[in-house]
Design a protein around this ligand. Structure first.
Ligand code: ZN
Length: 127
């Protein structure tokens, strides 16, 4: 069923509502981009399989939700080694939103730091 309700302003939402909507939208975007079978076959993790084919509107919303979550939390995302920004985007891989620097390797320490910051933001350990 299509969602007809107007999106709430992110700054009017509770922390939990932000986290929930962010998680839902991500899930939806993943479901749209790959079938379950494919995702199992490729053993894609949450962090790796975001937003490949959602609409611009949804991906803007996802960015708004994420920005609000990172603003509210005091979780410091790791610094980009290229440009020093602390703003990571999660598309089909993790990449700096400022300069596009990407980290692909599972063993990468930076990538692990980014994911642990992401987990802290999403699971509300900062509240
Ligand atoms: Zn950068």
């Amino acid at each position: 069923m299509a969602q007809e309700t107007a999106s709430q302003d992110v700054d009017q939402m509770s922390d939990e509502a932000l986290q929930r909507e962010y998680a839902d939208l991500r899930e939806e975007s993943v479901a749209m981009s790959i079938s379950d079978e494919e995702s199992v076959a490729m053993s894609i993790s949450d962090e790796e399989s975001v937003a490949m084919s959602i609409s611009d509107e949804e991906s803007d919303r996802l960015a708004d939700l994420w920005n609000e979550l990172t603003r509210r939390s005091d979780v410091q995302q790791p610094k980009c080694p290229e440009c020093g920004a602390r703003d990571w985007g999660f598309s089909d891989h993790i990449e700096c939103r400022d300069c596009g620097y990407g980290t692909h390797s599972e063993e990468d320490e930076l990538r692990q730091d980014i994911q642990s910051a992401w987990n802290r933001i999403m699971h509300g350990e900062w509240q």
